[in-house]
Unconditional design. Structure first.
Length: 99
């Protein structure tokens, strides 16, 4: 199998494993000069054709995680339920101006 085919299959597996909305936690960043702090949680936005897992983190940062270089994991169902019960995942309130 050539390198392109291998990467394409890896990206497809990543897209299946980390669909948009999946909650993850960073365990360790690779050689990124501005890494996301360990144990930061985030939400997967997409997995691109190269297999990079693009996330919006709870601290406001956005960054792509590279499987094999960065270490991260999905949150368990219990962890997600705990977040929902504690209000961590609530969207900020939208303020509408009345004219």
């Amino acid at each position: 199998m050539n390198e392109w085919k291998r990467m394409q299959q890896q990206a497809k597996r990543g897209q299946e494993e980390y669909p948009p909305g999946t909650r993850i936690m960073v365990l360790r960043m690779g050689e990124d000069p501005r890494p996301v702090e360990e144990h930061t949680r985030g939400t997967v936005e997409m997995v691109d054709d190269m297999g990079t897992v693009h996330c919006l983190f709870d601290n406001g940062r956005t960054l792509g995680l590279i499987p094999g270089e960065d270490s991260f994991r999905k949150l368990t169902a219990e962890e997600v339920a705990e977040e929902q019960n504690s209000g961590i995942m609530e969207a900020p309130e939208t303020v509408m101006k009345m004219s």
